[in-house]
Design a protein around this ligand. Structure first.
Ligand SMILES: Nc1ncnc2c1ncn2[C@@H]1O[C@H](COP(=O)(O)OP(=O)(O)OP(=O)(O)O)[C@@H](O)[C@H]1O
Ligand SMILES: [Mg+2]
Length: 256
């Protein structure tokens, strides 16, 4: 998939990851690699540990066992802010500041994390808003935007940090059905431009067309992973087949 030589470390390596909340084992030895430009789709039942896995990757939560490395560097040796800059995250519920315009929401990290001047930050924010099709909404407040537009601001905000990896946690689950396509369209564009993406999503049309790999997580175990053709047409485990069938009947539409 990538143009890198085989000796390069993977862009993301997750190795034997264990995570507990109290007595509950939430992740039970999860391992996988992602190369640059991979689009990894993560599916699994509610409570299977998908969000927890994403949160371990950018250290929003700590874990008890295993290792995570970004570009060969263990994430626990990285400065936390540096890690969060390199690993962008998009949430289900947008997480925008209501009192700031779209442009100011995107500028915030550029000013605070990247130390851009006001002028630099403004120019970059406008560029990113253009990229997600919102150049004409830069001065709108979140309440004046649709859910799909708010989510695209969230994506622009993450992209402004020049991330190496983007994490998406059910980015379209809070949206009305007619707004899902515009967000998936932006994600598809990003994938086409070579962004490395780890996406929790139920949108099976997107997964089939855009994913390089699909992982099925159940009870904190990685049951199966492989390219979409394999998981959809020829899964190794009956549970994978059942789960993907059910998701496809619920969310199989092509919104992109
Ligand atoms: N902060 C927390 N404190 C305690 N338990 C938690 C916490 N976050 C998650 N859990 C538990 O960990 C398990 C996995 O949760 P997680 O949110 O990762 O699942 P998920 O696969 O993302 O589910 P969903 O599809 O519903 O979003 C669940 O049993 C959940 O209750
Ligand atoms: Mg979740």
């Amino acid at each position: 998939m990538s143009s890198e030589s085989p000796s390069d470390p993977p862009l993301l390596r997750v190795e034997d990851l264990y995570k507990r909340y109290g007595d509950e084992e939430v992740l039970n030895g999860v391992s996988f690699d992602m190369d640059a430009q991979d689009v990894q789709v993560l599916v699994g039942p509610s409570g299977s540990g998908k969000s927890t896995l994403l949160r371990c990757v950018n250290r929003l939560t700590e874990f008890e066992g295993g290792r995570i490395a970004l570009d060969g560097t263990p994430t626990d040796e990285m400065d936390e802010n540096d890690l969060r800059r390199q690993v962008g995250m998009v949430f289900q519920d947008f997480n925008l500041f209501a009192h700031l315009t779209a442009k100011r929401n995107v500028m915030l990290g550029l000013r605070r994390v990247r130390g851009h001047s006001k002028e630099e930050a403004e120019a970059r924010a406008l560029e990113e808003l253009e990229q997600v099709g919102l150049g004409d909404q830069a001065d709108s407040y979140p309440a004046e935007l649709s859910g799909g537009q708010q989510q695209r601001v969230g994506i622009a905000r993450a992209l402004a940090m020049d991330p190496k990896l983007m994490l998406f946690d059910e980015p379209t689950s809070a949206l009305d059905p007619e707004l899902i396509g515009e967000v998936l369209g932006v994600m598809r564009d990003l994938a086409d431009q070579g962004m490395t993406m780890l996406c929790v999503t139920h949108e099976m049309g997107f997964a089939r067309q855009v994913a390089t790999d699909i992982m099925f997580l159940e009870g904190g175990h990685l049951v199966e992973h492989g390219p979409p053709e394999q998981l959809f047409e020829n899964p190794r485990h009956e549970r994978t087949a059942q789960f993907l069938d059910r998701l496809t009947s619920l969310h199989g539409g092509d919104h992109g």
